[in-house]
Design a protein around this ligand. Structure first.
Ligand code: SF4
Ligand code: SF4
Length: 129
């Protein structure tokens, strides 16, 4: 199955691969392709059961630095096989959505609390979000 790709000119940016966001494996993904995966913590799988019920109960593993286990030398080592979440995430769309739904104070608070990754936000703003 051909998976969709977000239209984002990432260049050398890999901010979202370094952020601590959960990369859950979704219904479009084949979990067998991903050696570096772990079971979703219960608290997250409970949330996804409601919001994205086609998740498969796994997320990509992260290294000690918090970056995705497949990020090697600043590049995705499995780019042609990266999972659905990676293919469809757009930092531009994320910034636009947040700006539409939250005010500046709320956004600043979310950054301070680590809910929004500052580097992902910056990447989205720089690209027009
Ligand atoms: S933060 Fe945006 S520009 Fe950077 S890698 Fe992710 S999608 Fe690409
Ligand atoms: S699989 Fe590749 S694109 Fe997805 S988070 Fe990991 S390094 Fe980034």
């Amino acid at each position: 199955m051909r998976l969709p790709d977000a239209i984002v000119d990432c260049g050398k940016c890999c901010a979202c691969c370094k952020s601590h966001e959960v990369i859950a494996l979704m219904g479009a993904d084949n979990p067998d392709l991903y050696e570096h995966k772990v079971k979703l913590p219960r608290s997250i799988s409970d949330q996804l059961d409601v919001m994205q019920p086609d998740h498969q109960g796994f997320m990509l593993a992260r290294g000690k630095d918090g970056a995705c286990a497949y990020l090697k030398g600043g590049r995705c080592s499995i780019w042609p096989q990266r999972p659905y979440v990676c293919r469809t995430f757009s930092c531009i769309g994320f910034v636009r959505k947040m700006k539409a739904e939250a005010n500046r104070v709320e956004i600043r608070r979310a950054m301070r609390d680590g809910v929004i990754d500052k580097d992902v936000w910056r990447a989205g703003v720089e690209r027009g979000g």
